[in-house]
Write a protein that binds this ligand. Structure first.
Ligand SMILES: Nc1ncnc2c1ncn2[C@@H]1O[C@H](COP(=O)(O)OP(=O)(O)OP(=O)(O)O)[C@@H](O)[C@H]1O
Ligand code: SF4
Ligand SMILES: [Mg+2]
Length: 393
């Protein structure tokens, strides 16, 4: 939209034009969402594969910002199978959190909008909701009950002025209004036990500042799992913790997932965490999925030059190097993404085809898919991620 395509300068005239455009488009999208919410046939659908808990199908989530449209997530495709852990990795700003916030419908609206694609969430009765169109009233039944989220920093997620017990009680009561106060307290104590809190009666009466970071994260896990959700989204659940506590928290999460038959969508930029826990891995770059497969596919047979770079930049115990590898260059400007491969300007393995449009997805095996021209002849060409032309909104 900017006339100065290669600079971040925006004149007053352009800025007014962007503001007018954003207001018009976001108002229209909000109206459409409101209308879809009144008609269950518009937001009820079926899963492509009933063994999946959630399916992201060409999801596009854009931010209508003062600098123009930021395509934070642009045509993302992947699924989370039942009872499995899917790791979502990629560098800062690649759209990992926006993908999960789109699933929870917790985007900063009206500027943040999912403008295209479907997010199918399995309700377990043969039907699914398309989260993109699901009204807020229905989302409130899903959030906490069927999908819950564990955030990076437990101190900012817990309320500092309420005791731990009250905060866990509140969540249980909200989702089970028929439960008596005694039953709610008993369930809270049971949850504290389950997440490995030794002095549960004492901790029940404590305030968040009286607990260590690891204990606070255990409380967050207790809150998230209080209603036995089918999907747990863990967004960088251990980045604020030291390494030994990290391992304990990840073990706890994995154990509870198996106990509750839930699935985990594990968002992290730490490949070590993913290697230890994930069954499947999705690699994102600049708002798109560039490679996905089983943990074995990604860790032992990485194909996309970005994934290969990520693996090379991971320190390995016992391997001596003078300097840790870092991928040269930087991500393109999110307001003006190129029409060719987003990684091309940083890629050390380019070929002739890379001069063309953004590469399609190429199916290497039943589980392994990569978006890179290097493998054009090696698998089935599936097609490009679908972007939305904002001028047509
Ligand atoms: N409220 C917002 N307004 C405008 N742009 C936003 C907003 N929230 C996120 N973005 C943009 O969306 C893109 C993706 O952000 P996101 O938070 O999903 O990154 P991430 O992969 O989770 O990164 P990190 O590892 O740092 O958490 C970024 O370019 C970011 O600047
Ligand atoms: S498509 Fe070409 S430029 Fe893009 S990652 Fe593959 S080899 Fe590199
Ligand atoms: Mg994030």
């Amino acid at each position: 939209m900017s006339e100065h395509k290669n600079s971040s300068y925006i004149s007053a005239k352009e800025s007014r034009k962007i503001t007018r455009f954003n207001r018009r488009v976001t108002k229209k999208l909000e109206r459409e969402r409101e209308a879809a919410g009144h008609d269950p046939s518009l937001y009820t659908t079926v899963m492509k594969d009933p063994n999946n808990v959630v399916e992201f199908d060409n999801v596009c989530t854009y931010f209508f910002s003062d600098n123009g449209v930021v395509k934070a997530v642009d045509g993302v495709n992947f699924s989370v199978p039942k009872c499995s852990t899917v790791g979502v990795v990629g560098e800062s700003g690649c759209g990992k959190s926006v993908t999960s916030l789109s699933l929870m419908q917790l985007l900063q609206r009206p500027s943040g909008q999912t403008v295209g694609g479907q997010i199918r969430f399995n309700l377990g009765d043969g039907t699914a909701y398309d989260i993109v169109k699901t009204p807020t009233s229905k989302m409130q039944e899903i959030r906490g009950n069927k999908i819950s989220m564990i955030f990076q920093e437990p101190m900012t997620s817990l309320n500092p002025v309420f005791r731990i017990g009250n905060q866990v009680d509140e969540v249980i009561k909200l989702h089970n209004p028929q439960m008596s106060d005694e039953d709610v307290k008993a369930r809270t104590l049971e949850m504290l036990d389950m997440v490995g809190i030794a002095n549960r009666e004492g901790v029940y009466r404590m305030y968040p500042h009286e607990l260590s970071g690891g204990m606070r994260q255990r409380i967050m896990i207790a809150i998230a799992l209080a209603c036995s959700p089918t999907l747990i989204i863990a967004d960088e659940p251990t980045t604020a913790l030291d390494v030994t506590i990290q391992a304990q928290i990840l073990d706890l999460l994995q154990g509870l997932k198996d106990k509750l038959n839930s699935s985990i969508m594990l968002i992290t930029h730490d490949l070590g965490v993913v290697a230890g826990m994930a069954d499947y891995v999705v690699v994102m770059y600049a708002g798109r999925v560039v490679e996905k497969g089983t943990a074995d596919d990604i860790f032992h047979h990485p194909m996309h030059p970005y994934t290969i770079g990520l693996m090379r930049s991971k320190p390995v115990v016992g391997r001596k190097v003078d300097e840790l590898y870092s991928i040269p260059g930087s991500v393109p400007n999110p307001v003006n993404m190129p029409d060719y491969c987003y990684f091309r300007d940083r890629c050390e393995l380019t070929c002739d085809r890379c001069k063309g449009l953004y590469p399609p997805e190429i199916k290497i095996s039943d589980t392994h898919i990569v978006s890179c021209y290097r493998y054009y002849e090696d698998g089935e060409v599936l097609g490009q991620p679908k972007s939305v032309n904002v001028e047509e909104l």
